[in-house]
Ligand binder design. Structure first.
Ligand code: NAD
Ligand code: ZN
Length: 360
């Protein structure tokens, strides 16, 4: 048995208004005294002076606004990298991602591809990255994915939706300022928050569970219950706690794996472009067979916040469509093994998986 030796985020600043310290954090990291910082910012903040006026710009630093309407693609990463190389005279001092999982993953991937040859799709997988990434900073503006702590950046490529999992992927610095999450719309708050909740259930109920994952997973699970069920937190407390739940949920799966909901929602994302948070919710709603207690609580949370999930998204699919989703989903072997054990192939046959998708 050989144990994995994982890197962690080496620096984190936490607190309401800590975003104001960004200049102090970045300036010592400036290379050659003037190489630029590139800020990848969710375009939901375009024209939002409350946030953007506090992004410290000097020399040739610049902001690139990016829509989070679609999840990151390998081709999009390649285009961004090319644009940055063509428009900056020297290698950037750093890449700073400001937004949800979409922008955080883009920042990670761009920082890796600035120092590694070829195309982003060549690095989808485990430990394929050769060179250290450019300094990169993650500043979440919505909580739940755990992308701020994780060792992966999930990208949709021409052949697969798969992360660039590597020791160079985690951020060098994370800024946790819960104030940045204050304007997240309720539905999105729920979907992305439930990504964290589902990480906890899949980690805690999985066969890969160990004391490391359990300690983080249980903490995140308790925080999720406080936030989404108990309902006696102030808004500020709720935002701060969800930020920490996301962090702990991400740490929990670092040393274990996710499970059935993620494996199935990857299939939906690949074929239908269903986004991660809502996709996980759509799937998880039908998984009482695998996670009875977790799904029961999920339904309570859903009712409490009056969330109506889309129904019938697979109603009009052809057999060929189902085959694509099934192939993508069953390709996630470690997730299935974690969820169902070594004999998972006998339990989750293509027919069984199809019958589950047909409910959605
Ligand atoms: P997101 O980044 O896709 O954003 C969701 C929506 O919320 C967008 O419309 C965005 O504009 C909006 N938004 C974000 N912050 C806001 C704010 N403060 N105010 C108002 N609107 C705001 O959402 P997400 O759920 O955080 O991320 C999903 C992505 O994360 C997927 O691409 C998924 O693959 C990825 N992911 C990555 C990991 C990882 O470990 N790397 C883990 C889980 C998910
Ligand atoms: Zn997830």
């Amino acid at each position: 048995m050989s144990y994995k030796n994982f890197p962690m985020v080496p620096r984190v600043i936490f607190g309401r208004g800590s975003f104001n310290q960004l200049n102090d954090i970045l300036e010592p990291k400036r290379l050659n005294s003037k190489a630029p910082f590139i800020f990848l910012v969710d375009d939901v903040f375009k024209n939002n002076a409350w946030l953007t006026s506090r992004i410290p710009l000097a020399y040739d630093d610049r902001i690139i606004y990016i829509s989070a309407a679609e999840e990151p693609k390998t081709s999009q990463v390649d285009e961004l990298v090319e644009d940055i190389i063509l428009t900056t005279k020297e290698r950037p001092s750093g890449i700073i991602g400001i937004g949800g999982g979409t922008l955080l993953d883009l920042a990670k991937a761009v920082s890796i591809m600035l120092t590694n040859e070829g195309e982003a799709k060549d690095y989808q997988g485990w430990d394929l990255v050769k060179n250290e990434a450019v300094y990169h900073v993650g500043i979440p503006t919505i909580s739940g994915t755990g992308a701020e702590v994780s060792r992966t950046t999930v990208l949709t490529g021409p052949e697969k939706k798969l992360g660039i999992n590597s020791d160079y992927t985690p951020f060098d610095q994370v800024v946790l300022d819960s104030e940045l999450t204050q304007d997240v719309p309720k539905e999105q708050w729920f979907y992305t928050g439930m990504d964290c909740y589902i990480h906890c259930i899949e980690s805690l109920e999985g066969s890969y569970l160990n004391a490391f994952s359990q300690s983080y997973g249980e903490k995140a699970f308790d925080l999720c219950k406080e936030i989404f069920l108990d309902n006696n937190l102030s808004e500020v407390e709720s935002q701060e706690k969800l930020m920490m739940a996301s962090w702990h949920g991400g740490m929990s799966i670092a040393y274990s794996q996710v499970g059935v909901a993620h494996a199935m929602s990857y299939g939906l994302a690949y074929l239908l472009g269903t986004k991660h948070g809502i996709g996980n919710c759509i799937v998880f709603d039908h998984l009482e067979e695998f996670y009875p207690e977790g799904v029961k609580l999920f339904k309570e949370m859903k009712a409490k916040h009056n969330i109506k999930l889309p129904q019938g998204i697979c109603a009009d699919l052809t057999d060929a469509d189902f085959d694509i989703m099934i192939k993508v989903s069953l390709g996630m072997a470690p997730l299935w093994e974690n969820a169902l054990g070594k004999n998972w192939k006998n339990i989750m046959t293509p027919e069984k998986l199809k019958s589950l998708y047909q409910k959605m």
